[in-house]
Design a protein around this ligand. Structure first.
Ligand code: 8OZ
Length: 365
């Protein structure tokens, strides 16, 4: 057999858990705030956006709240009502028709929220009553996150059940699988890291205790979906949304060993600070890859050259691209041809309509 050119691997099929991907390029989850006002249901504009990006081997949807309590920004889509589930079904049909696969990212923001988005205008919930030094965006624009209240342990089974119900709905909507959002300083990451988790009960203190809620969520979802259809996103050293841990290597070495025992399809790892830089803190990401027998999806500021090089030395199985997919609907084709990429318009990232969303040109156009 002729030696494989390094840059061919990115475009070859890959068996991820229970499904076959057409190539090794993943569209990373990207918050775009275009869900329908009032219902937070996916709509036809979102169908078009995802359909345009179906060249990806796998699409991971934008983060989607599992409950109203889990919402932290305006116009993000939910996966907890019938209307939302029907909206996602249309997206899934379009993506499948175009030959791609799609997982929904299940999201609970925890303390990264604002009273104006919470049920009854209440306080956002968190492991501990510590406000994040972070902003969110609501009807009036960018605002400081609201002071959270600490969850009572008696409330946690209800949140775990919300994740399981969302996984049921994901199945009903025709998704190929789900990705648990345990990254970027949202609820599960707030529990995992000791900067935001000061609890004295079974969910705080030791690493085992701080990872307990994440693993309870995983186990509840595994009663709904086979492990080959479940992945998880982690950001061990990202300071996104004001989280930090005093020993992230120990936390994530432990967590990934537990995830490996459950045979999840993949871990999706943000290497460094979300959105860059990649070298924000020392961390052995290869140790996570070695501890996990499923797929390792690498993410964070990858370009073509770094993706090719990373696959060539077998440091990842799949590469997730975020921002390049916003401005290049045909990103895979452009990578294949090593063609130039469209520039990103930062002004149309969050909210609005088709402008800066479905109107980026393809090479063919
Ligand atoms: C950007 C803006 C709002 C939310 C994440 C879900 O960082 C997000 C997000 C990103 O995971």
């Amino acid at each position: 057999m002729p030696a494989q050119k390094d840059d061919e691997k990115l475009f070859q099929p890959y068996d991820l858990g229970d499904i076959r991907l057409a190539n090794r390029v993943v569209m990373a989850p990207l918050t775009r705030n275009r869900a329908t006002a009032g219902t937070d249901a996916p709509n036809d504009l979102m169908v078009e956006y995802y359909r345009q990006r179906s060249g990806a081997g796998l699409i991971v949807t934008e983060a989607s709240q599992i409950s109203q309590q889990g919402q932290g920004y305006i116009h993000t889509p939910g996966i907890y009502t019938d209307e939302q589930t029907r909206g996602w079904r249309k997206i899934n049909d379009a993506v499948h028709e175009a030959g791609s696969k799609i997982f929904i990212q299940l999201w609970h923001v925890g303390r990264i929220s604002h009273v104006s988005l919470q049920p009854g205008g209440g306080a956002p919930v968190a492991p501990s009553a510590i406000r994040a030094n972070s902003k969110t965006f609501v009807a009036s624009g960018f605002v400081e996150t609201s002071e959270p209240r600490a969850l009572d342990a008696s409330e946690l089974p209800g949140i775990v059940a919300d994740y399981a119900r969302a996984a049921e709905r994901a199945k009903e909507a025709g998704f190929d699988g789900v990705e648990i959002h345990a990254a970027n300083g949202y609820l599960l990451d707030q529990f995992q890291k000791d900067g935001s988790n000061h609890r004295a009960d079974a969910y705080g203190g030791s690493i085992e205790n701080r990872c307990r809620l994440t693993l309870e969520v995983v186990d509840a979802i595994l009663k709904v979906l086979p492990a080959g259809r479940v992945g998880i996103r982690l950001s061990p050293v990202s300071p996104a949304n004001d989280v930090a841990d005093s020993n992230p290597q120990a936390v994530f070495d432990y967590l990934v060993r537990q995830l490996d025992a459950r045979k999840l399809a993949y871990i999706h790892v943000i290497e460094g600070a979300t959105g860059g830089p990649r070298d924000v803190a020392p961390f052995d990401f290869l140790a996570l890859r070695k501890a996990f027998s499923g797929a390792y999806i690498a993410n964070n500021s990858y370009d073509r050259a770094l993706a090719v090089e990373t696959l060539a030395r077998d440091a990842a199985d799949l590469i997730a691209f975020g921002r390049p997919f916003i401005s290049n609907p045909d990103l895979v084709e452009r990578l294949r041809r090593d063609a130039p990429l469209n520039a990103l318009d930062a002004g149309t990232l969050y909210g609005g309509g088709a402008e800066g969303y479905t109107d980026y040109p393809t090479l063919a156009a």
